[in-house]
Design a protein around this ligand. Sequence first.
Ligand code: FES
Ligand code: FES
Length: 152
Amino acid sequence: MRIALRVNGEEREADVWAGESLLFALRERLGLPGSKNACEQGECGSCSVLVDGDLVCACLVLAAQADGHEVVTVEGLAVGEELHPVQKAFVETGAVQCGFCTPGLVMAAADLISRVPDPSEDEIREALSGNLCRCTGYAKIFDAVRAAAAQA
Ligand code: FES
Ligand code: FES
């Protein structure tokens, strides 16, 4: 089936099969590999994207469900060469090690700060609770979110 959706501000179309995930379609059909596939079962958050403004695991959404909807991936956060404040903060605080979890964490943090510009410690932890990182121990990630929120 053919789907038409808006991705990072552009109208896009793709031929997908009925059971295909949005994550697969983004990565393999639309040339957007920023959203990562780490578990493909909704456990790790590395595939997090916004669909109509809601943070979702793209591995759990059918590509067909995104037909006619608006998707924002990590590739859509920067404005030209200018990184999103959360991306900048992740770089500056050293919150990235292997980087596999980073796109999902950046999406979750950006979503949090857009909704709650001055999040509490508990709100940060809750917002990132669906995102697993095997490398960092999370301390630098929380530092990055605090730093980004302070600039918001
Ligand atoms: S790949 Fe989607 S939650 Fe892990
Ligand atoms: S930086 Fe490696 S999984 Fe998070």
